[in-house]
Design a protein around this ligand. Structure first.
Ligand code: PLP
Length: 383
């Protein structure tokens, strides 16, 4: 089987990841909730993971990292915890439903939502962003990279514009954390949600939120934190403020092992390899008759995500055949991002999405291209 669905969740994980999960289950208990050795072991894992993530994202203080169940959970915390009825919020037409749905729910409660239309390649026209920010805004909410086209947003430019308008920059880094360089300070990011189970190579059920010092996010969940136990009020300080209840310590142990693997191999090395495979995919697909490839033009920044269609054929059927007839695991459909498909013109067919990861090889890409060539030429079963 060839796995090209890393944009959904990375697979396989480095061997150290399941090892760390198992070791944590054997050696650690509930963090922050006991002075005994097993509890202290759990504390150490959480602290080391926070430190590793803060270093990876260019954050000085690891207390700016709070853990969540996934990027969606972190985005809900950020959006519901920062935005209120009457606030004006600017976002883009390339957002995933993890952003779109909370924002629509907030709009139902009186938020004023301004969606800046991207072009058919998924690029954000910066003058349109300027126009949208002219009316003032509480926040700009933007994905770092689209999970449909792989297009990378110019975060540093967006950050400058947001700051000039007095707006917070809230970033969805689900597709880039661990794959593309992220520097929260240089990019002017105030709040950033990340998945632990995609390019950070951790287990599912992990993710988190970076919150710049001084930004106060209202918690979505209240409860025990192991700190200030004498008080029936939520601790005001991070990370406890946003981390109620027993955390997913085994998952976070695995996430830490994932980040350590990235650091050992080098993010730039992984990135260069994934970008090379992505370029091969784009060029190979574009050379097949009847295939349309979406996303940024050659040379424009792109994460390791490639979407394509085969004529007007249903993308779900193509993905099904790639799996059943050729052993290629990928995803067809709308990828939880209807806004993005409307933007690039694929709302009726969806797209087939190939997303290489850090264990994908050139031979995998060659096999995937051969399979698409065969299906596009009309060979094999029809379903
Ligand atoms: N945002 C984008 C751009 C994504 O691709 C995804 C993943 O599907 C998410 C948010 C949600 O991530 P998670 O599955 O970690 O909640």
């Amino acid at each position: 089987m060839i796995y090209l669905d890393n944009a959904a969740t990375s697979w396989p994980k480095p061997a150290a990841v399941p090892r760390a999960v198992a070791a944590c289950l054997r050696r650690a208990a509930s963090p922050g909730r006991g002075g005994h050795g097993l509890s202290r072991e759990a504390d150490k894992i959480l602290f080391a993971a926070r430190e590793a993530l803060a270093a990876l994202f260019g954050a000085e203080n690891s207390g700016t990292i709070t853990f969540a169940a996934n990027a969606t959970d972190a985005l809900n915390t950020a959006l519901f915890g920062l935005l209120a009825p009457g606030d004006r919020v600017v976002t883009t037409s390339m957002e995933h439903n993890a952003v779109a749905r909370p924002l629509r729910a907030l709009e139902d409660r009186g938020l004023i939502l301004e969606i800046v239309g991207c072009d058919r390649t998924g690029a954000l026209p910066l003058d349109s962003l300027d126009d949208a920010l002219d009316g003032g805004a509480k926040a700009v909410v933007v994905t770092h990279a689209s999970n449909v086209t792989g297009g990378v947003m110019p975060l540093a430019d967006i950050g400058r514009k947001a700051r000039a308008a007095g707006a917070l920059l809230i970033v969805d880094a689900a597709q880039t954390a661990g794959a593309e360089p992220v520097d929260v300070a240089a990019m002017g990011i105030d709040v950033m949600a990340f998945s632990g189970h995609k390019s950070l190579l951790g287990p599912q059920g992990t993710g988190g939120l970076y919150v710049r010092e001084g930004v106060m996010v209202e918690p979505l969940r209240y409860g025990g934190t192991g700190s200030l136990s004498e008080s029936d009020r939520q601790p005001p300080f991070y990370p406890d403020r946003l981390e109620s209840g027993t955390p997913n310590t085994p998952g976070i142990a695995g996430l830490l092992a994932g980040v350590r693997y990235i650091n050992q191999r080098g993010l730039e090395d992984i990135r260069a390899a994934e970008h090379r495979l992505t370029r091969e995919l784009v060029a190979g697909l574009a050379s097949i008759s009847g295939i349309e490839v979406y996303g940024p033009p050659p040379g424009a920044p792109r994460a390791a995500v490639v979407s394509f269609t085969v004529g007007d054929r249903d993308s779900g059927e193509i993905a099904y055949r790639l799996d059943r007839e050729h052993g290629i695991a990928c995803r067809g459909g709308l990828h939880c991002a209807p806004w993005a498909h409307k933007t690039i013109g694929t709302l009726s067919t969806g797209t087939v999405r190939f997303s290489p990861g850090c264990f994908t090889t050139a031979a995998d890409i060659a096999a995937a291209l051969a399979a698409v060539r065969s299906i596009a030429a009309g060979h094999g079963n029809t379903h």
